[in-house]
Design a protein around this ligand. Structure first.
Ligand SMILES: Nc1ncnc2c1ncn2[C@@H]1O[C@H](COP(=O)(O)OP(=O)(O)O)[C@@H](O)[C@H]1O
Ligand SMILES: [Mg+2]
Length: 348
């Protein structure tokens, strides 16, 4: 039971031993399982002949030069598939008299490499899913437009049938809602659209204010900007960051049905730029505050619940943070922090 064969077959590591003629003497079961190579066919073969054309195998170098290799890639010893997550160590086998009589290679699981591989595979899968989702959503837009067009036609032709008109209105509303979700979703997943720039915060804010001013005026709301004289530049995707601010300001406008004021304030801390957007609106309770960043969470009849979720994703992509404070009946303050640019291209 304690024969050497039995013991090395049960080793939790792969073991490959060659003699002084480079003939394989030991090819244990763990290594056979890990590589898919049949041990019985490997034992007795000359090791270099398994891989004709490769003379840089580290195990041969250990045999011929006495060199020791630790934690090298397993492919450098056994160039077969499936070994990439194994690490290998090679040693010459030396007699008491100092003669090299063979060499051995030990293969162990490279846990760090395996973890990295799994992370990369997962990230790849997610990126592909994201692109696919964006494309699918984009494609759905066209048929929805067609359906909406025909529903509008039907509505025009059915003014004598109030019940039908009512159904058609519900259908049109549902289509508008689906379109709103698509538009919001595409803010985050615009395929292939990402353009990072060194950007002046005051430029970003004035562009956003310009975008929002007419809607604010319609609602009897003023937008006030408080900007200190000198602001350091930030490294951002300006289109996406504008989207963040638009989503937040839009919520503020929607929270003030009777009019009010939105204040956008910018300031600098040591390493970060702070942008706070405060409103004098209805505020929100604990439950809403806890769920505000959840996708599809909305308290509005025609809301998508994607605005804040998307804002958070984008801010995190900028290595920043976003926080919300609110007092029901008084108003809400959203604070975004972004890292300040210290050197050219210092961020992704
Ligand atoms: N400034 C704000 N004042 C009051 N409530 C807010 C404000 N911003 C967000 N909320 C709440 O958070 C919810 C989620 O916001 P959002 O993700 O933008 O989705 P939506 O605006 O489509 O509802 C809103 O439905 C609202 O209840
Ligand atoms: Mg919103």
């Amino acid at each position: 039971m304690f024969s050497p064969d039995f013991i090395w077959d049960n080793l939790p590591a792969g073991l490959l031993v060659i003699d002084h003629q480079a003939r394989i003497r030991i090819f244990n079961r763990t290594l056979a399982n890990r590589t898919g190579l049949p041990a019985e066919q490997m034992i007795g073969q000359r090791y270099p002949e398994i891989y004709p054309g490769t003379n840089k195998l580290k195990l041969l170098e250990a045999l011929y030069t006495g060199k020791v290799y630790d934690q090298i890639r397993a492919e450098e010893v056994l160039p077969v598939p499936h070994t990439s997550i194994l690490a290998a160590s090679c040693r010459p086998i030396i007699t008491a008299g100092g003669t090299i009589t063979g060499a051995l290679a030990l293969f162990t699981e490279n846990a760090h490499l395996r973890e990295m591989q799994q992370t990369v595979m997962k990230a790849d899968r997610l990126a592909i899913m994201g692109q696919l989702a964006a494309q699918v959503v984009h494609e759905v837009k066209n048929p929805l437009t067609t359906i909406k067009g025909f529903l509008q036609l039907l509505k025009e032709e059915s003014h004598n049938f109030p019940k039908q008109q009512e159904y058609l209105d519900i259908m049109l509303e549902a289509i508008d809602h689906a379109n709103a979700i698509i538009t919001d979703f595409l803010q985050l997943a615009r395929p292939g659209c990402s353009c990072w720039k060194r950007y002046a915060p005051e430029k970003l804010l004035s562009e956003v204010c310009l975008l929002m001013e007419s809607e604010a005026a319609l609602r009897d709301i003023t937008i006030r900007q408080v900007i200190p004289e000198v602001l350091p530049p930030v490294w951002i995707d300006p289109e996406q960051m504008k989207q963040v601010l638009v989503n937040i300001i839009k919520n503020s406008l929607e929270a003030m049905p009777e009019g009010g004021q939105v204040t956008i304030e910018t300031s600098c801390r040591t390493q970060e730029l702070l942008i706070t957007i405060s409103d004098t609106g209805m505020g929100m309770n604990e439950l809403v505050l806890e769920n505000i960043f959840e996708p599809f969470f909305t308290t509005k009849a025609s809301g998508t619940g994607l605005g804040m979720f998307i804002a958070k994703q984008i801010v995190h992509k900028h290595q920043g943070d976003i926080k919300v404070e609110s007092v029901p009946g008084k108003g809400t303050t959203v604070t975004i922090s972004l890292p300040i640019l210290h050197r050219e291209g210092g961020m992704p």
